[in-house]
Design a protein around this ligand. Structure first.
Ligand code: ATP
Ligand code: MG
Length: 332
């Protein structure tokens, strides 16, 4: 079975529809055919400032959201990144092989550093993609299911793997991004040219999975559209409507042409109302399951401890090989 790795940051209490449609739905499906490793990437999360108590709570809550969406700890290796020190250790080695200019070209860094300002932009934010490369390469990952925003980071990971292999001999497996066509990128409902993001400045355009259904419906109904009347998929001319159509296709498992045909000659109000219903219907069982899981934190912690043990065994083996290849004297 091909090995899969992916992770999300506990950078907020709730995931959003972009995380769900762009990544999580795929994670669950991949359990049927692959050997998946799914991580709560808390080390990544501190590249934006976190409150310690909130981070701890959000880490558990994120694990519970994975489980609520259908990640099965028997079929997947589910763990918290900071529980497996090999991630930071390999990141150091890879950092010494990453060009400063190469890292400077990452658009996520450019976007976030603009948002965080000079004070908030840290070296950790800059080296984020190197840590992500370590996450992926430690497990000999073949497939990385992520949203479209991570395409460039996967490319960097591949470059680093190739560089290490050519310098020190065949060590890492060359990973590939597994990026869904539709709903690979969900945009902010208030600003349909920037991606929906947990760390967005404003909440109004963000559909959080754990929001109250009334709030979800309200946000969808006030989504920014355009002054035309026609419901038509055209990202350049109609980013708002196109985004709503992507979301509709994602939650209802219908295609965009099918939805376009159904709404031919009808107004934006109809589309928004039905979309709000479809989203709420899809998320209600998820929210119920989440609440059950969160009610038993000891059981959650037990699942995560078991996952960390499985992950560390694999990660430590790879890190040992890397340290040998690099020429570190190993302790006896
Ligand atoms: P942050 O703002 O803290 O970076 P985020 O919303 O970008 O949060 P991440 O934890 O960085 O979420 O990413 C988790 C997964 O969700 C990744 O696979 C990423 O590609 C995917 N993802 C994030 N935002 C979107 C989006 N708007 N559309 C589709 N996929 C997304
Ligand atoms: Mg992100």
């Amino acid at each position: 079975r091909p090995i899969v790795f992916s992770g999300m940051q506990p950078s907020s209490a709730s995931l959003h529809l972009g995380n769900y449609l762009g990544a999580l739905v795929n994670w669950v499906a991949l359990q049927e055919t692959t050997d998946p490793v799914y991580c709560v990437v808390d080390l990544h999360a501190i590249t934006s400032q976190q409150d310690p108590e909130a981070l701890r709570a959000d880490t558990r809550a994120l694990a519970a959201q994975y489980l609520a969406a259908g990640v099965d700890p028997e079929r997947s290796t589910l763990f918290v990144q900071s529980h497996v020190p090999a991630h930071t250790e390999l990141a150091w080695v890879l950092g010494t092989m990453t060009g400063f200019g190469e890292a400077s070209r990452m658009t996520q860094f450019k976007d976030k550093s603009q948002r965080f300002g000079t004070e908030g932009t840290t070296v950790g934010l800059f080296t984020y993609p190197v840590l992500m490369a370590a996450d992926i390469l430690l497990y000999s990952t073949e497939l990385v299911p992520v949203g479209d925003d991570q395409r460039q980071h996967i490319e960097l990971t591949r470059d680093l793997a190739a560089r290490f292999n050519s310098r020190y001999g065949e060590t890492f497996v060359m990973p590939e991004g597994f990026i869904p066509e539709a709903s690979a990128r969900i945009y902010d409902l208030q600003d349909p040219t920037s991606k929906m993001s947990k760390s967005a400045a404003s909440d109004a355009g963000l559909i959080r999975l754990l929001d109250d259904p009334k709030i979800t419906a309200k946000k969808i109904k006030s989504a920014v559209t355009d002054t035309e009347r026609e419901i038509r998929y055209d990202v350049a001319a109609k980013p708002g409507i196109s985004n709503l159509l992507d979301i509709f296709a994602g939650v209802s498992e219908r295609t965009i042409p099918e939805i376009e045909a159904e709404y031919a000659g009808r107004g934006y109000g109809d589309l928004k109302k039905d979309l709000a219903e479809a989203v709420v219907e899809r998320l209600t069982p998820f929210r119920e399951r989440f609440t059950e899981l969160l009610a038993d934190p000891a059981e959650l912690d037990r699942i995560l401890a078991h996952g960390a043990e499985k992950a560390a065994e694999r990660a430590d083996r790879m890190l040992g090989t890397v340290y040998d290849r690099v020429g570190f004297l190993r302790p006896t």
